[in-house]
Design a protein around this ligand. Structure first.
Ligand SMILES: [Zn+2]
Ligand SMILES: [Zn+2]
Length: 165
């Protein structure tokens, strides 16, 4: 047993040495060979995964739908959690009272919401997650898309004036 593995080792060492001698002598040929081999592998892999996708297209389609649905629901949950924290059990716009969750978003009270979210590089569900991870920083509020836009664009919301009058 021991003898056999020693022989085998010697044989392997021989091959390794021969191959490194070959590499030294013909670096171009080796490079070419490797490139060709890489190309062939890539082609094979592409072809293989294409066939796999074709064979499993129905399954993939179903999965994609399911994933989309799952992600949508997960985003909704995480958004609801954040909105509820900043606005109470029935989240609504701090300016006009709009309460449809699809219209609501989180606004930075000092008006630098976009700047801030740009700085931390987060929008959408990533931003909601960031808020949760940072224990809901206090300088945010819930606004609807209209009021959010007005504050962001004009620095005020027309609702403020209609309320005063
Ligand atoms: Zn509003
Ligand atoms: Zn408003």
């Amino acid at each position: 047993m021991r003898k056999l593995s020693e022989d085998r080792e010697k044989q392997l060492r021989g091959w390794r040495e021969a191959s490194s001698r070959y590499k030294l002598r013909h670096p171009d040929r080796v490079r070419m060979f490797n490139r060709e081999r890489g190309k062939r592998r890539l082609e094979y892999f592409r072809e293989y995964s294409k066939r796999w996708r074709e064979r499993n297209s129905e399954l993939l389609e179903k999965n994609r739908e399911k994933n989309k649905e799952y992600k949508r629901e997960w985003t909704r949950q995480i958004k609801l959690k954040v909105l509820t924290h900043y606005s109470g059990n029935q989240p609504k716009c701090a300016c006009c009272g709009e309460d449809k969750i699809e219209f609501l978003s989180i606004d930075h009270i000092n008006g630098c919401g976009t700047k801030h979210s740009k700085r931390i590089g987060k929008t959408g569900s990533t931003f909601y997650r960031w808020l949760i991870q940072n224990n809901f920083p206090p300088e945010y509020r819930v606004l609807c898309i209209n009021c959010n836009f007005a504050f962001g664009h004009f620095g005020y919301c027309p609702h403020q004036f209609s309320r005063v009058n």
